[in-house]
Design a protein around this ligand. Structure first.
Ligand SMILES: [Zn+2]
Length: 263
C-alpha cells in the first residue's frame, strides 16, 4: 500500500507503482491539506485516504496539474472537497472525456466514474491555489497538455512540476497542438524562471534537489533541441516501449511542422 512520506516540512509525497506516479499533499496548520494529482489505482487511492485519515489529515481541496487520466482521479474516501484545475485543463476534461475514460478503464479500472475528471475551473486570472494554507503559486502553460499547471510552494521551495522535469520520462509534447514545441519551450522557460526552487517533484519519477532541478531543465531543453535537429537520437530516459513510440512520433511531428512552417 502506498504511503506518504515527508519531502520537507509540510509537504508529503506518495509514489504509486504505476508509472512511478507522485501524489503531493501540502499541509495547512489545521489538519487540512491540498491534494495534488492523487493516483493511480483504486487500491492506491484507498491507501492515500487511509494514510491521511490515520494521520488526522483531511483533504480540503484537490488540484489536477493537467487533463490526463492519471492526474484527475478521486475517491469517495478522500471526501467531497472541491477539485480545481486551470480553465484550459478543465475544458479538455469535458471535450476529451470519452478518450480519458477509455484510457482509465484500460490502465486502472474500477474507479467511480462520477468522480473521475470532475474539476472546477479556476478563474482565468487566478495565479495561486485558492485557500488559506501555505502559498501555492500556479505556473500555467500549454506544454505537455493544455492548461498545464505546475505548483510552486515558496515557503518550502517545492516545485510540483506536473508531467515535466522527470528523471524517467522524456518531454512528451502535446502533438495535436498548433505549436507543440513552442508550447513546451514556453513552459520550460516559465519553470526555469521560478526563483528559490529547492525541490522538484515530477508527476512521474523521483523528487530532486535544486541541482537536479537545473539538470532536468537542461536535459529537457536538450531533448527539444535534438528533436528540432531532426536526426534520430537516444535519450537515456527513453527506456519503455510506449515512450519509444512517442519519441518516434515526436520526431515525425516536429519534422512535419518544420516542413509546413519553414523558418
Ligand atoms: Zn501523467
Amino acid at each position: 500500500m502506498q504511503r506518504f512520506r515527508e519531502l520537507t516540512a509540510g509537504v508529503l509525497v506518495a509514489t504509486a507503482d504505476f508509472a512511478t506516479t507522485n501524489t503531493v499533499a501540502v499541509l495547512d496548520d489545521g489538519g487540512g491539506c491540498a491534494l495534488i494529482d492523487p493516483g493511480v489505482s483504486v487500491a492506491d487511492l484507498a491507501g492515500l485516504a487511509a494514510d491521511l485519515s490515520g494521520s488526522g489529515l483531511r483533504a480540503r481541496l484537490g488540484f489536477a496539474t493537467h487533463p490526463h487520466w492519471d492526474h484527475v482521479l478521486w475517491s469517495r474516501e478522500l471526501g467531497d472537497a472541491p477539485r480545481y484545475a486551470a480553465p484550459g485543463a478543465v475544458s479538455i476534461t469535458v471535450t476529451e472525456r470519452d478518450g480519458m475514460v477509455s484510457q482509465l478503464q484500460e490502465s486502472a479500472p474500477g474507479h467511480d466514474l462520477e468522480l473521475f475528471g470532475h474539476l472546477v475551473a479556476l478563474r482565468e486570472d487566478e495565479d495561486r491555489i485558492p485557500w488559506d494554507g501555505p502559498a501555492a503559486q500556479l505556473i500555467i502553460h500549454d506544454g505537455h497538455a493544455p492548461g498545464h499547471a505546475a505548483v510552486f510552494l515558496p515557503d518550502s521551495g517545492v516545485l510540483v512540476a506536473g508531467d515535466m522535469l522527470s528523471d524517467i520520462e522524456i518531454p512528451l509534447l502535446d502533438t495535436v497542438a498548433h505549436d507543440p514545441l513552442g508550447d513546451y519551450r514556453a513552459g520550460l522557460a516559465l519553470l526555469g524562471a521560478v526563483p528559490g526552487v529547492r525541490w522538484v517533484v515530477p508527476g512521474h519519477g523521483h523528487a530532486g534537489d535544486a541541482a537536479e532541478f537545473r539538470r532536468r531543465l537542461e536535459a529537457d531543453a536538450r531533448y527539444l533541441d535534438l528533436l528540432v535537429a531532426g536526426e534520430p537520437f537516444d535519450d537515456p530516459r527513453c527506456t519503455k516501449e510506449w515512450m519509444r513510440t512517442m519519441h518516434e512520433e515526436q520526431l515525425r511531428t516536429v519534422a512535419r511542422l518544420a516542413g509546413e512552417n519553414p523558418a
